[in-house]
Design a binder for this molecule. Structure first.
Ligand code: MN
Length: 210
């Protein structure tokens, strides 16, 4: 198999009460596992089996809908688990590069939080909200439908996602039912800023790749 379902970096109940254990377990073992298996089935016996997922997504318009949906689902959830932590939340520390970049590009943390939350709340139907880095090392917020992401050539705005929030109902319905804004509010309590600043630093170094 080309791609492997990653383990969660914490227990299923680690993000409670913000995200409940049952949701985390189903999300990981059913949804993310499903995208991973379906991606592997969709690329079996093709040249894509030997490619990096980021390279597949960069030219996803040339591939099947199954590769687009499941390749996106595989990559998006991998990022999602990493940018959350039971020790997360709060504000990024002032020593972090991501803190400086948020101040530079949004003016304040509150302004950034408002814009990101709004992108997540107003994404109609299923999709994702993203904080990304563009080619000029500037941060921007966007959202994508379904399992698309800003690495894809079909994306409205392209860049390297460094923070992502899954707003599919499967990510919150058991605990929050139709209250997506409450789930978005809870997400701020679990954001792993150590990982986001690492993603930001890595995106800087690889900025020419996207
Ligand atoms: Mn999901």
């Amino acid at each position: 198999m080309a791609f492997k379902l990653p383990d969660l970096p914490y227990a299923y109940d680690a993000l409670e009460p913000h995200i409940d254990a049952r949701t985390m377990e189903i999300h990981h073992t059913k949804h993310h596992a499903g995208y991973t298996n379906n991606l592997n089935n969709a690329i079996a016996g093709t040249e894509l089996e030997k490619m990096k997922i980021e390279d597949i997504l960069a030219k996803v318009s040339k591939h099947s809908t199954a590769v687009r949906n499941n390749g996106g689902g595989y990559w998006n959830h991998k990022l999602f688990w990493e940018v959350m932590s039971p020790n997360g939340g709060g504000l990024p520390s002032e020593r972090m590069n991501i803190h400086k970049a948020i101040m530079r590009d949004f003016g304040s943390f509150d302004k950034f939080k408002e814009e990101f939350s709004n992108a997540a709340a107003t994404r109609f139907g299923s999709g994702w909200a993203w904080l990304c880095v563009d080619k000029k090392d500037k941060l921007f917020i966007t959202s994508t439908p379904n399992q698309d992401n800003p690495l894809m050539d079909v994306a409205e705005k392209k860049g390297m996602p460094i923070l992502g929030l899954d707003v599919w109902e499967h990510a919150y319905y058991l605990n929050y039912q139709n209250r997506r804004p409450d789930y978005i509010g809870a997400f701020w309590n679990v954001i792993n800023w150590e990982q986001v600043t690492k993603n930001y630093n890595d995106a800087n170094e690889g900025a020419s790749n996207f």
